[in-house]
Design a protein around this ligand. Structure first.
Ligand SMILES: Nc1ncnc2c1ncn2[C@@H]1O[C@H](COP(=O)(O)OP(=O)(O)OP(=O)(O)O)[C@@H](O)[C@H]1O
Length: 292
């Protein structure tokens, strides 16, 4: 089962770092009954979309936090706005801002790694990686997909980006390389159905039209009553979550303030420190303040 509802007062808590793994359930919030909602992110890509201010960045930062605190997990971050995923840049293998050439180059490298992993799986007579393989999980997080697929660079570059991304989203899930992508523009040119359908998890934050909601969840859901237009604009962090094989259901994402995010990022950087350093490195904020 891909979604696990837990009793918040129960004893089977999600483990916390150190010792956390991307293979552990990733806690993202609660459902309408107050049960914990967790995702199995290694084997599923996650699409997050909805109008500005709905809470998308909150959800992708929860995912980034889980990845950052997880053992043997590497992050590749694409964020044309810099500030949404910026807190995690020190521990990321790659942090790409508004540079489509760099984005294309990193996607090409990831596809080579994915292909190598499939060769490895082939010789080991397997179809997907698992926790005991000790292969690192490589999580690619993209905030504001639309910047890379419709704004930056030339038309050819944007098309190349879209093709490479589709390749990674198709290949990544069985070889420990999931993709988490967010956009505030749920429209067919940003998320064509052929790309959308490769995301096993889709979170629709508030949308202004049934059409936008269907772009995220899938055609026809709004007619059946599952539309992100019915989310109160004041209810930030609320979304419809569609998980493979299930009906969409309402969730309220957990929320990390900017301070929480930077604190977790600092802690993750300290956990991942080269051996020999025993105290957390001074915060970059303090260094900047001293320089100012
Ligand atoms: N889960 C949540 N619970 C409570 N408040 C939230 C939650 N998520 C977001 N918010 C509030 O909504 C504001 C906007 O959230 P966020 O930046 O995540 O939205 P967004 O959809 O990513 O917006 P944009 O598309 O402009 O980046 C936050 O600053 C916070 O005040």
């Amino acid at each position: 089962m891909s979604i696990i509802a837990r009793d918040p007062l129960g004893t089977d808590r999600v483990p916390v770092a150190p010792g956390l793994s991307m293979f552990d359930p990733m806690f993202i919030g609660i459902d309408e009954f107050g049960h914990h909602v967790t995702l199995d992110t290694v084997y599923h890509n996650l699409l997050v979309a909805g109008e500005p201010g709905g809470g998308k960045s909150g959800l992708i930062n929860l995912a980034a936090a889980h990845a950052a605190l997880s053992d043997n997990t590497r992050l590749v971050l694409l964020d044309a706005k810099y500030v949404e995923l910026g807190p995690w840049r020190d521990i990321a293998d790659a942090f790409i801002g508004n540079d489509i050439e760099a984005a294309i180059s990193v996607l090409k490298r990831l596809l080579i790694v994915a292909t190598n992993r499939y060769m490895w799986l082939l010789v080991h007579r397997r179809r997907k990686v698992d926790r005991d393989d000790n292969l690192s999980t490589i999580v690619t997080i993209i905030d504001e997909l639309a910047m890379f697929s419709t704004v930056l660079g030339t038309k050819e570059q944007r098309e190349e980006f879209a093709t490479l991304l589709r390749g990674l989203v198709s290949l990544g899930r069985a070889c420990g390389m999931p993709v988490i992508a967010a956009t505030q523009r749920p429209s067919w040119d940003i998320i064509p159905a052929s790309l959308r359908d490769l995301f096993g998890y889709r979170a629709a934050f508030r949308c202004t039209t049934n059409g936008s909601s269907d772009v995220i969840l899938g055609a026809g859901w709004a007619d059946l009553g599952y539309s992100a237009t019915d989310i109160d604009p004041e209810n930030r962090g609320a979304a419809w979550l569609l998980a493979e094989g299930r009906l969409p259901y309402r969730i309220k994402a957990a929320y990390l303030s900017d301070t929480d995010i930077y604190n977790i990022a600092d802690y993750a950087a300290w956990m991942r420190r080269p051996s020999g350093i025993t105290v957390p490195a001074p915060s970059t904020t303090i260094q900047w303040e001293m320089a100012a």
